[in-house]
Design a protein around this ligand. Structure first.
Ligand code: GDP
Length: 303
């Protein structure tokens, strides 16, 4: 139910013991409050740029509206943070092109396989016919995990023992078209044997997908672990430069105190093409993938 995943999100984001919202309880609105808030945002991995942007906006609002009550300041912060995060909000649209080809990348351990399973489940529940390509041909366990998951959930998985990932992706796009699928999701490797380069491999998969369908991949998603903190920015940049990202899935937000990272991502998106957060992971279960809603996230972070 929505309340339970929101609760998990809220609990995860306030793991430091001291919640950000807690700063506003029973205190006066003075400089000390702003300073405490500044530290709390930095600790939550909001980053220097986003933190000062948010605090400037908040100070201005407090002055303009002559806010004297700390709870009213907290509410103003929720609103300002929600507005700030809105640049990352975008619905994930299925059905405009068929099959929609979705290439999914991410470093090992980020939650890629789990997220692909959850996403397939979610889209199938919405009535879409989904086909998966087990493109992580370097990790037998990942392939096996995806195949087993597909069996359990009646989702066809295109796999190949130790084959070439690009060939698996190519076959999957063709199979998707031939079988009238709505969505083809292509998993990719998160790490390669040392002599090979991940970004080169991903670029190759992208090129080969386009050989099967010149418009594809329509979506190129990066799965990132919400616990990564500020490093998430360099990860996004590196993958974007290599394969041109169209969206993010941010996982493990049910267990991180670094929820401010999304504010840093939003700050980095200013003046450049924003890469939206289509989905957030809030648990290990199949239903624990939720669309990213800026206001909801802001309320949870400043609870
Ligand atoms: P991959 O190596 O990127 O494919 O990562 P996996 O999908 O295998 O996930 C790594 C671990 O993270 C597994 O134990 C998952 O259950 C866990 N995981 C993935 N997403 C989430 C999430 O949103 N919340 C939590 N709590 N755990 C997650």
């Amino acid at each position: 139910s929505p309340s339970s995943w929101l609760g998990r999100l809220r609990k995860g984001l306030s793991r430091t013991g001291q919640t950000i919202g807690g700063l506003f309880v029973g205190v006066r609105v003075d400089e000390a409050l702003f300073e405490e808030l500044e530290s709390a945002l930095i600790v939550a991995d909001t980053g220097v740029a986003a933190t000062s942007m948010l605090l400037d906006a908040l100070r201005t609002r407090v002055k303009q509206d002559k806010i004297e009550d700390a709870e009213a300041v907290r509410q103003a912060l929720v609103q300002i943070l929600g507005d700030h995060l809105r640049v990352l909000e975008k619905p994930f649209v299925v059905g405009q092109v068929t099959p929609l080809v979705v290439m999914i990348a991410g470093v090992n351990g980020a939650g890629k396989t789990t997220s692909i399973g959850k996403l397939a489940f979610t889209l199938q529940k919405q009535g879409a016919k989904v086909l998966l390509a087990a493109g992580d041909t370097f990790r037998a366990a990942a392939r096996q995990q995806l195949v087993e998951w597909g069996d359990r959930n009646n989702v066809t998985v295109i796999a190949q023992d130790g084959g070439d990932s690009a060939a698996v992706a190519f076959d999957a796009v063709n199979a998707g078209r031939a079988r009238g699928m709505d969505v083809v999701m292509v998993d990719t490797a998160g790490r390669l044997p040392t002599q090979l380069h991940l970004m080169d491999e991903l670029k190759k998969i992208r090129r080969v997908i386009a050989k099967a369908d010149p418009q594809a991949p329509h979506e190129v998603l990066l799965v990132v672990d919400g616990n990564t903190g500020q490093n998430v920015l360099s990860q996004i940049k590196a993958f974007d430069e290599a394969i041109g990202l169209t969206g993010l899935i941010v996982t493990k937000l049910d267990g991180t105190a670094k929820g401010g990272t999304l504010a840093a991502v939003a700050a980095a998106s200013r003046g450049v093409r924003p890469i939206p957060v289509y989905w957030i992971g809030v648990g290990e279960g199949i239903e624990d993938l939720q669309p990213f809603v800026a206001d909801e996230f802001a309320r949870a972070l400043v609870a």
